[in-house]
Design a protein around this ligand. Sequence first.
Ligand code: NAD
Length: 265
Amino acid sequence: MAATTPRGRLQGKNAIITGAGGGIGLETSILFAREGANVLMADVSEPALAKALAKVKEVVPTAPRVELIRCDVSKESDVQAMVESQDSWGGTDVIFNNAGIMHANDADAIDTPEKIWDLTHNINVKGVWFGSKHAVLSLRRHKKARGSIINTASVVALVGAATPQLAYTASKGAVLAMTRELAIVHAREGFRFNALCPAPLNTPLLQDWLGDDQAKRFRREVHFPTGRFGEPIEQAHAVVFLASDESSFVNGTDFVVDGGMTKAY
Ligand code: NAD
């Protein structure tokens, strides 16, 4: 769990984090609050959000402003309402489009059900498009000279997974390509787009997908030079950097946080 010491690298910034009900989104909410950001935590699960909000307030009692909003990122009307709800805060400066799923029935080209493909792409790809679109509209509406949009991709956008999850892999490749183009198109407006590429982490998303299958777990873990999966807080630290003005010349990157996994053989 993050330390509580207030810092201030995101002081005065209004931030939205999707998928804030757990995993990377929750740890990032804690660090953003600690760094002085005003944080709007968004998730499709209201019970998860309520617990997550309580956690942030407990860990960072000095948090300037932390609120929650229910949002299904696959629905544009929800995403629009989420972003516009920050208009009264002074407009959004940072959005972390992080919500995503990896379905247990996602498999190879033969066995992946079409409905799982569509569900995965609606959340993982359309969700990032909608979040990016409404972030740009908000940044323009509030005449912001700079903005930072961080989209969660995955290392599977860079390397093939031997334990197949074709719909998920394709969706994260789309996030990477979309982020790159957005970064180029909006650079002269001062809006930066970067893609976070985490390697497998200890979050419910991974644990649910691995289940009790020890062979599947081993097949994943063996690629880690560190001998372990990552922790969500190790991603959250990278997101703070990408959100902050410290990364003002970092744009369009595939920001890989993987303990060296993609460099291992
Ligand atoms: P998690 O399952 O712990 O948290 C994801 C959150 O997203 C949950 O709270 C869930 O309720 C929420 N969510 C799901 N569908 C949603 C929707 N339609 N609208 C809004 N919220 C929704 O997952 P995590 O591991 O923290 O994953 C966060 C991101 O990181 C995802 O995009 C995931 O693909 C990516 N990622 C995870 C890993 C990993 O191993 N855990 C690795 C690489 C990338």
